[in-house]
Design a protein around this ligand. Sequence first.
Ligand code: FE2
Length: 278
Amino acid sequence: MLKSEQQTAYQRDGYLVLPHFKSPDALQALRQRADDIVDAFVPPATKTIFTTNEQVRSVDRYFLDSAANTSCFFEEEAFGPDGELRQAKALSINKIGHAMHDVDPVFSAFSRGPELRQLAQDVGLSQPEIWQSMYIFKQPGIGGEVGWHQDATFFETTPITVTTFWFALEDATVHNGCLWTQPGSHRGPLRERFVRDADQVTMQKLDATPWPHTTTAIPLEVEAGALVVFHGLLPHYSAPNRSSASRHAYTLHVTDATAHYSAANWIQRSAAMPARGF
Ligand code: FE2
């Protein structure tokens, strides 16, 4: 799948952009399925389920259960002072998560296949296990910021193996909240760890190394269909979307089964629903 210079670039930079990885038909099928899921979603009575910034999660039963199902989360700015949605439900959802790749046939088909299997091998995942899927809407006008973080914070293995597969379902630009990163910054330490103990989760500070500065970070502007694959230690960020264009993306978080998966990670799977590969 990857040429040797691409493998070299991935090792050097901590990420790689693969344009035109998914066909327009594949993108359309996933977008339609996401639309249908949101359409069928009946918001629970308590509206405490929104989440935007991964560092400030609203942790409740709905969130914890989403580790093994298909759940919808609102944008933080979706509700007005009266507690009512400010715009249509379809334009108010922050993301769908976190197990569509296992419980939804359309998502499963998008999330697997020989190309992804080969790519996983090429980036060092000898026995890939997909733990999490997220459909991120980054809605026009209210799409929230996702602050600097490393995905290894949420998927600790020994050694660290988590790798992110980030699919652009629409063009991602500096205007609608594309990813930002600093090439090579995956060689820094893991700064935080998101630890679950029963139904409690806490963010533990591990290392005070500062996040990349916006003057040294670069935007990863990509066209719809591109796949950005990146190392779990790579710090990344995305700005709020104040434009009139949405920025749909789909992500998978994948570890290597040869590494030890921490029992303190918030997503655990049972024998009845084991984490599977590509
Ligand atoms: Fe992330």
